[in-house]
Design a protein around this ligand. Structure first.
Ligand code: E4P
Length: 214
């Protein structure tokens, strides 16, 4: 399973990159706003050191506007993936980007049928938001399982990015289901590395070592 990092904070991306954990990056308008930086500048900086897909989201709500914005974003670097929302206008834009050979990530997916439509329109990636579904009492990962089944049934090569990840359990389930990618906040990525028994084990090894040497 590939790991994307879900942030627009360049320092976090660099830190995860040093750990060898960054196969790609996803951003969204909220994350860019949180970074307090200029959109194009941040995306350009990320593209300078990450060798993988970098999702940059359009703001327009109509297909024409999305295509216009997307074409500009795609000029930044060959790894830029245009993120469009899962709406009928987003599907129109997806079809056009696909025709132009520009990679697309259809975002804000909350049902398997939305993911089916996105695949039919030619999406390179779909982003089901599991955490936001969990927040409203639905099993987010169930939807991912259904998307996997539908894509496998019909041989769609659209890749599933498990998004809105809140905990290591989301990552575990994504792996068990066979999602292609999990886009993970840096804090969760760090949690994945830790286990209290590893810390206890290290302490015990060192204590035994020091005792034997005393
Ligand atoms: C995905 O590409 C989105 O950027 C992200 O996963 C949204 O997550 P949130 O629900 O934590 O905002």
């Amino acid at each position: 399973m590939k790991f994307f990092i879900d942030t627009a904070e360049v320092a976090e991306i660099r830190a995860a990159h040093e750990l060898g954990l960054v196969d790609g990056v996803t951003t969204n308008p909220s994350l860019i706003a949180k970074s307090g930086r200029d959109f194009t500048e941040v995306i350009t900086e990320i593209a300078g050191f990450v060798d993988g897909p970098i999702s940059a989201e359009v703001i327009a709500l109509d297909a024409e506007g999305m295509i216009k914005e997307g074409k500009e974003l795609a000029k930044i670097h060959q790894n830029i993936v245009i993120k469009v929302p899962m709406t009928t206008e987003g599907l129109k834009a997806t079809k056009e980007f696909s025709r132009l050979g520009i990679n697309i990530n259809v975002t804000l997916i909350f049902s398997p049928l939305q993911a089916l439509l996105a695949a039919k329109a030619g999406a390179t990636y779909v982003s089901p938001f599991v955490g936001r579904l969990d927040d409203v009492g639905h099993e987010g990962m169930e939807g991912v399982e259904q998307i996997r089944t539908i894509y496998d049934n019909y041989g769609y090569d659209t890749q599933i990015i498990v998004a809105s990840v809140r905990s290591p359990l989301h990552v575990l389930h994504a792996g068990l289901i066979g999602a292609d990618i999990c886009t993970i906040p840096f804090a969760v990525m760090k949690q994945l590395a830790h286990h209290p028994l590893t810390d206890v084990g290290i302490e015990k090894f060192l204590a035994d070592w020091n005792k034997a040497k005393a």
